[in-house]
Design a protein. Structure first.
Length: 344
C-alpha cells in the first residue's frame, strides 16, 4: 500500500436495484445506465449489489437441492467470465464517465463447469480492472451454488479516491477478513449484499446489514459504502415456478439496506430501505484521522507482540503443472527446452 499523500474528497454512490434476472447482457446494460446516472450526479465511486450480474440463487432457500439443480444450470449458463463482453461494457461505462465501479457478479470458472464464484470486480476510472475478490465462504444454502475463493483476493487497492477494498454479504461479519483489509490500509470499504426476505421471521435483514456496516466503520475508523439488491416482480414470478408461495416468502419488508457509513460508525446520509434507488454521500478521508487517534486497531491501539494474524494469499489452483526438465542438448535445442541459439 502506497503512503497516502493527501486525503481525497469525493462522492460515493450506493446502488440499490434488482438485476434483469438471469440475463447477463440486459443486466449489464442496466448497470451502464445506473453508472451514467450516478456519474451525472457527481459520483466518483459507484458500488453495486452482490452478484448483480445476473442475479441471486433464491431457489436455494425455498426448495430442495434436487429441484434447485435445474436452476443451478440456468445460472451457470447465464453467468459471466471476469473478462467477458458483459464486463467490457461496464468497463467502457467506467471509462466514459471517469468513475470507479465495484460490481458484483456470478463468475464462471475457466476450468470447471461446476464452479461458480461470488465475485466483486473492482474497475478503475480508466476502465481497467484493478482487481477482484471472490467470496471466501458461501453462506449456508449458498454452498449449493458457489465455490469459495482464496486469500489471493483479500487485497486493498491504491486508487485516486483512496485505499479501496471490499467484501461480499455475510463475510462482512468475518472479523479476520475485515481486519486483513484494514491492516493493508483500507479507508474505503465496499460491502455488497442481496435482499434476503427468507431470513427467519424475527431477523431484520435491513437492520443487520446496516449494523455490520456500522461495525466495520467504527472498528476500523473507515467509510463503508453498502449496496444491496432488491427483489423484483420478475424474480418473484420466476421463483413461483419453483414454489407456489414464493411471493409470500420474497415480499417481506425491511430486507434491503443501502447507504454510506462514516468513520464514527454513523450514517453519513439517511440510507435506503427496500426500494430501488441510489444513495449519494460525500466522503472526506481526512475525517478518518481524529477517530483513529482514539482507536487505531491496525496501529497504536493494538499489541502485535501478542496477536499474530497470518494470511495465506497464495492463489489456489486444482493442479500445479510444470514442464519436464530437458537433460540433453543438440544443435537445435538448449538445455532449458528452448530452440533459440545459445549465446556466445
Amino acid at each position: 500500500m502506497l503512503p497516502l499523500q493527501d486525503f481525497p474528497k469525493f462522492t460515493a454512490a450506493a446502488v440499490q436495484a434488482s438485476p434483469v434476472f438471469l440475463d447477463a447482457h440486459k443486466t449489464a446494460q442496466k448497470a451502464v445506465d445506473l453508472i451514467a446516472e450516478a456519474a451525472g450526479n457527481g459520483a466518483e465511486l459507484v458500488v453495486f449489489p452482490e452478484v448483480f450480474i445476473p442475479g441471486y440463487p433464491y431457489w436455494n432457500w425455498i426448495t430442495d437441492p434436487v429441484t434447485g439443480g435445474a436452476w443451478f444450470e440456468k445460472l451457470v449458463r447465464a453467468s459471466v467470465f471476469a473478462d467477458g463482453p458483459e464486463i467490457d461494457v461496464i468497463r467502457d461505462a467506467a471509462r466514459a464517465h471517469g468513475c470507479h465501479v465495484v460490481m458484483g457478479l456470478n463468475e464462471r470458472s475457466p476450468v470447471s463447469l461446476g464452479a461458480l464464484y461470488n465475485t466483486l470486480l473492482f474497475i478503475g476510472p480508466d476502465g481497467e480492472v484493478i482487481g477482484k475478490h471472490r467470496k471466501l465462504v458461501p453462506t449456508w444454502a449458498e454452498k449449493l451454488t458457489w465455490t469459495g475463493g482464496d486469500g489471493s483476493s483479500l487485497k486493498v487497492y491504491d486508487t485516486a479516491i483512496g485505499p479501496l477494498g471490499g467484501l461480499a454479504c455475510g463475510e462482512n461479519t468475518n472479523t479476520l477478513a475485515r481486519f486483513t483489509l484494514l491492516a493493508q490500509g483500507e479507508l474505503v470499504h465496499t460491502a455488497s449484499y442481496i435482499s434476503l426476505p427468507v431470513a427467519p421471521p424475527d431477523y431484520d435483514m435491513a437492520e443487520a446489514i446496516k449494523l455490520r456496516s456500522m461495525s466495520h466503520s467504527f472498528e476500523g475508523k473507515v467509510f463503508t459504502v453498502t449496496a444491496t439488491s432488491t427483489v423484483s416482480e420478475e424474480i418473484i414470478e420466476a421463483m413461483e415456478q419453483v414454489r407456489p408461495n414464493a411471493r409470500e416468502l420474497l415480499q417481506r419488508k425491511s430486507s434491503a439496506y443501502s447507504g454510506v457509513i462514516g468513520p464514527d460508525g454513523r450514517e453519513v446520509v439517511t440510507g435506503l430501505i427496500d426500494d430501488e434507488g441510489i444513495v449519494y454521500a460525500e466522503i472526506d478521508l481526512g475525517k478518518c484521522i481524529q477517530p483513529k487517534q482514539m482507536h487505531d486497531i491496525t496501529g497504536h491501539y493494538n499489541r502485535f507482540d501478542i496477536f499474530d494474524l497470518r494470511v495465506n494469499q497464495r492463489r489456489q489452483t486444482p493442479v500445479a503443472l510444470s514442464g519436464a526438465a530437458v537433460t540433453f542438448t543438440n544443435e537445435h535445442e538448449q538445455a532449458d527446452g528452448s530452440t533459440e541459439p545459445a549465446s556466445e
